[in-house]
Design a protein around this ligand. Structure first.
Ligand code: NDP
Length: 681
């Protein structure tokens, strides 16, 4: 069998020599071989930086996001093929869906977020404008631009599809090409994934490269413009983090390592409560999905001392019903570990755990009943349940058996539960299974600083809960300390990890030109044509209209109060209003000001403006009294065409001032504006 090819510098390259065999997790048969002998990882980095990087940076966030969606759809069509190969890694159909569908889901999610939350531009405007001078001629604005390197990812064996895709998606949206180095055990599945990506031709050449096998001197060639994202053991994370060149070049490094995640059953649970059932069910799921080879799996199950026996027995009974065997068989609930070495690793870890725990269920050292599989050939272990009655002992908080292993431990009260949760020294995720809000608050506030994510599970959210073990693209995946100290995904935050944030200090006009977003104090363009009469293509940032003045009368305020029913005393009772510390008598409603302002700036006849879909950042700054004159200035602030739609979004800056030139209200008006010409294709 030839070793797997790597996809480097624009072509598939076969390594020299025979390579190291990789085995089917369930049958032990050789599936593939792996090697990087004779390959040149440094050339791949150069290719990424010089070929793909510039091309990707030419595209806007929206264009990149659209490509990601096309890729997700393409991969979805090839799911069956990926599932079949995934079975050879020991994964059941359910496990494979978790990996394959989960990964494709991340692409869809980043595509959608990229289009909704980032501009159709190449520069991201990060946060608000900071006025740096009294005259308003000197502003500060943070902007983010893509790093000009390669996003190198070193992955673990347990998620050969999700792992590469969850790292690729944010890097790609940011505008950085990716180099994937899969873990050897399951590299043949990642290899097929990359073949599908390359064959599709959807992404620009060099956006995704693949290095199957030992990375050689790859890390020696990283620069300050590259990123390095790692998933795997804490020991390897330490080695990579302290690698000479990674340290010297300040390479942006992110690690996600295994952690001793916990699940805590609240004291409000009773053996017949929904929370008891949810806790037990979740623990069994977390122990058996991917044969427990999940960095988010529950390793430590804390239960009220008086419920410890009942929980242990309920979990034991369910684990006893789990059918282990050939992952391709529909009768099987749990497949195999990644390889025989991992089985040895689990046995070793179990041995250390048994120094402080007793085994309640499952012995990996003796043959047990398997469905359509051979105990000697495949990396099978049974689900294992441990009980530790003295949770002060160190092993359950320090030793992770990376397999279907979990330990039930008793706790005394909420503070004790927090203390035990924190003993994991940093975890990816913790669950609190309780319907008692006070207990949940104590645990979450007490343990959050040791966790990247916390799930509260109870009768109110269980129907929709996405589960303890599922990292979501919208939310942080990562955790402090033992969990690696990193953060992945978390929506657009993950994109920004691949960009440099730069504080730009300049005058308003220059900042407007740089960001293509109108900045306060920069020039306005008040032409004869009302901006509401302009189609999206004709509209320019800075196009403005001034409406007013209009005098607000006491009668206006009375009628507005009567019409809307908002008869709050400050608008209707002169004497009471005068006693209010903020007003000097009867004031106009803030909503009256906003409504009248709309009446002043609109151009009412049918035209390109299709709808107003919201207001943002509304602030009432100065009270408006009867007799005041208001004027509104509306300025096109940001123009965002929507791809595959015949309209786009326009954000307008609205500033309502009084006769003294004071701002009485400021806000953004959000509208949908038609394109004059339909997009082709
Ligand atoms: P490793 O940390 O050894 O390997 C993870 C990845 O790092 C692999 O791609 C590996 O590839 C690569 N790697 C290892 N050393 C180097 C190096 N010096 N330079 C560059 N890349 C390197 O984890 P394992 O896969 O061996 O699993 C061991 C344990 O890690 C498990 O038992 C489990 O406890 C934990 N683990 C945690 C995971 C998580 O999601 N956080 C996932 C999987 C495992 P190569 O082997 O080619 O060097």
């Amino acid at each position: 069998m030839e070793p797997l090819r790597s996809y480097l510098a624009g072509r598939w390259q076969r390594p020299e020599g025979p390579g190291t065999p990789l085995h089917d997790a369930a049958t032990g048969q050789e599936v593939a071989r792996i090697s990087t002998a004779g390959l040149d990882p440094a050339a791949a980095l150069t290719h990424g930086r010089e070929t793909a990087g510039p091309e990707l940076r030419e595209l806007t966030f929206h264009q990149r996001a659209a490509l990601l969606k096309a890729l997700a759809s393409h991969l979805r069509e090839h799911r069956q093929e990926l599932y079949a190969l995934s079975a050879r890694t020991g994964a059941t159909k359910g496990d494979s869906k978790f990996d394959v569908d989960g990964g494709i889901g991340v692409l869809f999610s980043y595509s959608s977020k990229g289009r909704r939350e980032l501009p159709d531009d190449t520069v991201h405007v990060d946060g608000g404008t900071e006025p740096l001078g009294k005259q308003g001629t000197f502003l500060g604005q943070h902007v983010a631009t893509p790093l000009r390197g390669v996003a190198v990812q070193i992955n673990a064996f347990n998620f050969p599809v999700w792992g590469p895709l969850e790292k690729l998606a944010p890097a790609f949206v940011a505008g950085m090409p990716t180099l994937i180095k899969p873990a050897p055990q399951t590299a043949y599945l990642t290899h097929r994934l990359v073949e599908l990506i390359v064959e599709s031709g959807i992404l620009p050449q060099g956006s995704v490269q693949l290095l199957c096998g030992d990375p050689g001197d790859l890390l020696d060639h990283l620069t300050e413009q590259d990123t390095l994202s790692f998933t795997g053991s804490a020991a390897t994370a330490r080695r990579l983090r302290s690698h000479d060149n990674v340290v010297r070049s300040c390479v942006r490094f992110n690690a996600e390592a295994d952690s001793l995640n916990c699940s805590i059953l609240g004291p409000d649970a009773t053996p017949d409560s929904e929370e008891f059932e949810l806790f037990v069910r979740q623990l069994v799921t977390e122990t058996t999905v991917k044969a427990g080879q999940k960095c988010t799996a529950v390793r430590r199950a804390f239960v009220p001392a008086e419920l410890a026996d009942e929980v242990t027995e309920a979990v034991r009974r369910r684990l006893a019903g789990i059918r282990v065997g050939n992952p391709a068989s529909p009768e099987v609930d749990m497949g195999a570990l990644a390889d025989l070495e991992q089985r040895e690793e689990v046995r070793r870890s179990l041995k250390s755990l048994l120094e402080s725990c007793r085994l309640v269920h499952g012995d990996p050292n003796t043959p047990f009943e398997l469905v359509d599989a051979d105990y000697e050939q495949g990396a099978f272990v049974p689900p294992m349940l441990l009980r530790c009655d003295d949770p002060e002992l160190p092993q359950p908080h320090e030793v992770e058996a990376f397999g279907p292993v979990t330990t039930v431990m008793p706790y005394r009260d909420a503070e004790h539960a927090v203390e035990l949760a924190r003993r994991g020294s940093g975890s990816l995720v913790g669950s609190v299974v309780s319907a008692d809000p006070e207990f949940v608050r104590t645990v979450v506030t007490g343990a959050a600083s040791q966790h990247g994510r916390m799930l509260v599970l109870n009768r109110h959210d269980s129907a929709e809960s996405t589960g303890h073990g599922s990292p979501l693209p919208q939310l942080v995946h990562g955790g402090p300390g033992r969990a690696g100290g990193g953060e992945e995904m978390a929506g657009i935050r993950g994109v920004l990890h691949h960009m440099q944030r730069t504080a730009v200090q300049a005058d308003p006009d220059t900042l407007t030109a740089l960001t293509r977003q109108w900045m306060p104090g920069s020039a306005r363009n008040t032409t004869a044509v009302h901006p509401f009469r302009k189609y999206l293509e004709q509209l320019r940032v800075g196009d403005s209209v001034v409406g007013g003045p209009r005098t607000i009368t006491r009668e206006d305020v009375r009628r507005f109060a009567e019409f809307t029913g908002d008869e709050f005393y400050a608008h209707t009772d002169e004497r009471a209003a005068a006693e209010n510390p903020f007003f000097e008598g009867l004031v106009a409603h803030g909503y009256l000001v906003v409504s009248f302002a709309a009446g002043l700036f609109v151009s009412p006849e049918p035209g390109p403006v299709l709808a107003n879909y919201g207001l943002e950042n509304l602030r009432f700054l100065t009270p408006t009294y009867p007799g005041d004159e208001i004027t509104v200035t509306l300025t096109a602030k940001r123009i965002t065409p929507r791809h595959n739609a015949d309209y786009g979004e326009v954000r307008w800056d609205a500033d309502v001032t009084n006769q003294d030139g004071e701002s009485v209200a400021k806000y953004d008006v959000l509208t949908l504006v038609a394109k004059e010409h339909q997009e082709e294709g």
